[in-house]
Design a protein around this ligand. Structure first.
Ligand code: ATP
Ligand code: MN
Length: 468
């Protein structure tokens, strides 16, 4: 029977166990060789002790290099070392896969994250990326547990869509047409005829895209099942070469019927706190590593986030604070324009020093489906801003009044026919409802202190990069 390293404790003292994994390091003294063996089940490696008098010692040790995979049977004994309380005294060693130390790209020294991105197939073997993978796993599980405990249903919304959620561009097209030689058709307007691609010959007989959000479909299910959430991949073709944007990222989108903006803010705050608490409980070794090597003070900061209420602030008030801040920003502060990352970060990092929920944004800078407030100028939108990341959540109460929504779509020149089913949700048994989208990778950045979003997803996709 093989045992995973995370399951071995002092309870196993004096028992014979078999472990498998990859060698992290090898060190030899006069009487013993020491291996650090890691199988990914936890941050810590198991120390393997090999007596140099062991039969065939020389032959075996020559194959035991960093990166090699092995199977080792031996006895768990008390460790005299400071680093660990137990170790395994090897009795039998099988090298499963050799690893040439001359060419193995992962050397002992600390590699830059940029370099490791080029070997994304090997980087999960490093301390940092192993820890990231376990944190991702824990936060996924926490997400499901949080919503399931609250009675939300997990809904699978489509990846391929014909609807552009925001009424904006920046989507990846999905097509089976021959791009070298696409079918063409004539399209007329009053003055001219255009020769355009004939999408009626395409697979879905219309243009289709990779989804930027599951929200609209999520709303349909919330308007039948009350509380739902999605958790899936989303795609944005925006050419954003920043440390907070990916072309493919994962989003969690709860949608609540019979809920308003306040309920939305409550859920968002509770969800983030739940995730962080879960993480500190379930991944203590990994979090200790991030706290020590990636972002000093991280654990204290997260505990503060868990233990104090988020600041809730209207957009209009935020503009006043920014104007009075005395700070020189690159982008000008003006009521009616979108906040830039520098503004968001000033509010959360310098002014309030805690997560901030901004709400009631000018309607011009927000999506058509957000509920119009009585002032006629703002909509019931909210963004959650956190240190180091800026916007981690965007959400809103949705416009549930059919006539108001139709008017808004006319004003923003959206084709109502494309949204016929979305409008029907307002026609038949409409209810106030609200929801938000949390960028999963931004949550991981916040929780670990990792600076670049490309380093918190296994195989990042960003402009010019789809290499694995
Ligand atoms: P930003 O202004 O930062 O580009 P957004 O306002 O376009 O984000 P939303 O459409 O509100 O983003 O999406 C909801 C959430 O999804 C955001 O709050 C963010 O956490 C995440 N998100 C959005 N775009 C990306 C991206 N390209 N890569 C990773 N996460 C993203
Ligand atoms: Mn947003």
């Amino acid at each position: 029977m093989r045992t995973k390293i995370n399951l071995i404790s002092t309870k196993e003292m004096d028992t014979i166990l078999t472990v498998t994994g990859w060698i992290k390091s090898v060190r030899t003294s006069k009487k013993f060789s020491f291996l650090a063996l890691n199988d990914g089940s936890c941050f810590n490696s198991l120390q393997i002790v090999i007596d140099t008098n062991m039969p065939k010692y020389e032959e075996t040790i020559s194959l035991l290099s960093t990166g090699a995979s092995v199977k080792i049977t031996g006895k768990i004994v008390q460790s005299p070392g400071k680093e660990q309380s137990i170790e395994l005294m090897a009795q039998d060693i099988t090298v499963i896969g050799k690893c040439d130390p001359e060419t193995y790209p992962l050397q002992k020294k600390r590699h830059s994250f940029e370099f490791l991105r080029e070997i994304a197939h090997l980087r999960p073997r490093t301390n940092t990326f192993g820890a990231i993978a376990r944190v991702r796993n824990a936060l996924s599980f926490a997400t499901h547990q949080f919503f399931q405990e609250k009675g939300f249903l997990y809904i699978h919304t489509p990846i391929i869509t014909a609807a552009d959620c925001e009424g904006a561009g920046e989507m990846f097209k999905v097509t089976t047409l021959d791009l070298e030689n696409p079918p063409k058709t004539d399209k007329n307007n009053s003055e001219e005829t255009f020769n355009v691609t004939d999408y009626s010959k395409d697979f879905f007989e219309k243009p289709t895209y990779l989804t930027v959000s599951g929200q609209l479909e999520g709303e349909a299910y919330a308007c039948a099942l009350s509380n739902i959430y999605t958790f899936g991949p989303t795609f944005r073709a925006e050419n954003s070469n920043t440390s907070r944007h990916l072309a493919e990222f994962w989003m969690i989108e709860p949608e609540m019927a019979f809920a308003d903006l306040n309920d939305n803010m409550d859920y968002a705050e509770e969800y983030i706190k739940y995730c962080l608490k879960y993480l500190l409980e379930k991944c203590p070794q990994d979090m200790k590593f991030f706290n020590r090597y990636i972002k000093p003070g991280l654990i204290d900061k997260l505990n503060n986030v868990i233990n104090s209420p988020f600041e809730r602030l209207e957009y209009t008030k935020a503009i006043e604070i920014l104007k009075n801040s005395g700070k020189k920003f690159e982008y000008k502060i003006k009521w009616g324009s979108d906040l830039q990352s520098e503004h968001e970060r000033y509010l959360t990092e310098e002014h309030f020093k805690k997560p901030v929920i901004l709400y009631n944004y000018p309607k011009e800078i927000k999506a058509f489906y957000m509920r119009q407030n009585d002032d006629g100028k703002t909509v019931a939108a909210m963004d959650v801003l956190v240190e180091g990341v800026g916007e981690i959540i965007g959400g809103s109460q949705r416009e549930e009044r059919l006539n108001v929504l139709e008017e808004k779509m006319d004003q923003t020149r959206l084709d109502k026919e494309n949204y016929w089913w979305y409008l029907e949700l307002r026609k038949y048994g409409s209810v106030p409802h609200a929801g938000f989208g949390l960028g999963f990778e931004r949550l991981i950045q916040f929780a670990t202190g990792m600076e670049n979003i490309r380093d918190v997803i296994p195989f990042p996709r960003y402009p010019g990069h789809c290499d694995f």
